[in-house]
Design a protein around this ligand. Structure first.
Ligand code: ZN
Ligand code: ZN
Length: 98
C-alpha cells in the first residue's frame, strides 16, 4: 500500500492495532473492493467470508474440505502453526437483479 510518509505513522499504528486484534480473532479482516482493509466483528469460530463486490454484503461460510486441505498441504511441506485466509467474492443476488 502506498501512503505518503506524513500519513504513515498514524495509520500504521492503527493498522498494527487492528492486525493484532485480527490475529487474536477479536475482529475479522475483510478487504474492501477499493483495496482497503475493512474490519468488522464476526463470530469467534474460524470461518471465511463470501463478500459481494457490489454492496459489501459479507456472509460467513465454513468449508470443512478447505480446512483439511490447507492443513494437510502445510503438513506435507513440513510446516507447523499452519493458518490460512480465504476470501470468496462475487456479485450477490440482490445486486445482480438491480
Ligand atoms: Zn450485493
Ligand atoms: Zn479456514
Amino acid at each position: 500500500m502506498l501512503v505518503s510518509s506524513g500519513e504513515t505513522i498514524g495509520l500504521s499504528t492503527v493498522y498494527r492495532n487492528l492486525t493484532e486484534m485480527f490475529e487474536a480473532r477479536e475482529v475479522d479482516m475483510i478487504i474492501g473492493n477499493d483495496g482497503e482493509s475493512l474490519y468488522r466483528l464476526c463470530s469467534d469460530d474460524h470461518h471465511h467470508h463470501l463478500t459481494c463486490k457490489g454492496c459489501g454484503l459479507a456472509i460467513e461460510i465454513v468449508g470443512e474440505a478447505l480446512e483439511v486441505w490447507a492443513k494437510q498441504t502445510g503438513l506435507d511441506h513440513g510446516f507447523s502453526e499452519i493458518s490460512h485466509t480465504l476470501e470468496i467474492t462475487g456479485i450477490c443476488k440482490a445486486c445482480r437483479t438491480s
